[in-house]
Design a protein. Structure first.
Length: 225
């Protein structure tokens, strides 16, 4: 019986390992700082940003392990396919940053060092420029109006009269029966007229709904709900 242990690490040098991991760390950390600098919403997660750095280094390590061995690549795919992630990502932008650090890790792990550096710098510059000059921003601010009315009675016409008076456009998004059918909850997206304040809309709707709860959410497109 042959009990000889074979170490396959000789396929790449210690310098390759150190350079790949160190470069992936530096570039992934740079991407993480760009993410932190350009983040606008309230759901900032330090754990997510640290994961970006670790993920870049991990992908680099995986690419070093795989090398050009197809069988090894399929084995790693099978092993990683059993992992299940429970945390939902709220923004597509966050997914984009994950792919950026994965690309950096793949480039450094396959020893395309120049490609990794140039790609990381270029992508980070594009992100910072888009953030700095607010590219593709929508300057039309809309609000979400959520209100509750008793199920008995006709309140729709009265509510629409108020919305016509205070908004330039509105649309009914949902209508739901709540509290065992005793109340109806309606949700509208609206655009307030110039000079009208959310508080005025709330007061006007409260008078028409018999003092029931009225909520106006502003800036909902920039804030996680």
């Amino acid at each position: 019986m042959n009990l000889e242990v074979q170490d396959l690490s000789g396929t790449f040098s210690a310098g390759d390992i150190a350079l790949s991991l160190a470069l992936s760390f530096v570039l992934s950390a740079a991407v993480a700082w760009v993410y932190r600098f350009t983040h606008r919403n309230v759901s900032y997660s330090q754990s997510y940003v640290q994961t970006l750095v670790v993920l870049g280094m991990l992908i680099s390590l995986i690419m070093l392990i795989v090398g050009s061995n197809i069988a090894r690549a399929f084995a790693l795919v099978g092993a990683l396919s059993v992992v299940r992630f429970r945390n939902a990502i709220k923004e597509t932008r966050d997914v984009g940053f994950i792919f950026v650090v994965m690309g950096i890790g793949m480039a450094t792990g396959t020893r395309f060092y120049s490609l990794a550096v140039v790609a990381a710098i270029s992508i980070c510059l594009v992100i910072v420029v888009m953030f700095r000059f607010n590219w593709f921003a929508s300057h039309v601010q809309r609000q979400v109006v959520k209100l509750q009315v008793p199920s008995e009675g006709f309140y729709t016409d009265a509510i629409q009269d108020v919305l016509i008076a205070h908004t330039s456009e509105f649309e009914l998004v949902s209508m739901e029966s709540i509290r065992g059918g005793a109340m109806t909850e309606m949700m509208y997206t609206v655009r307030l007229k110039s000079g009208h304040e959310p508080g005025q809309l709330i007061s006007a709707l409260g008078e028409r709904t018999g003092g029931q709860r009225v909520t106006v959410l502003t800036g909902y497109d920039q804030t996680d709900l």
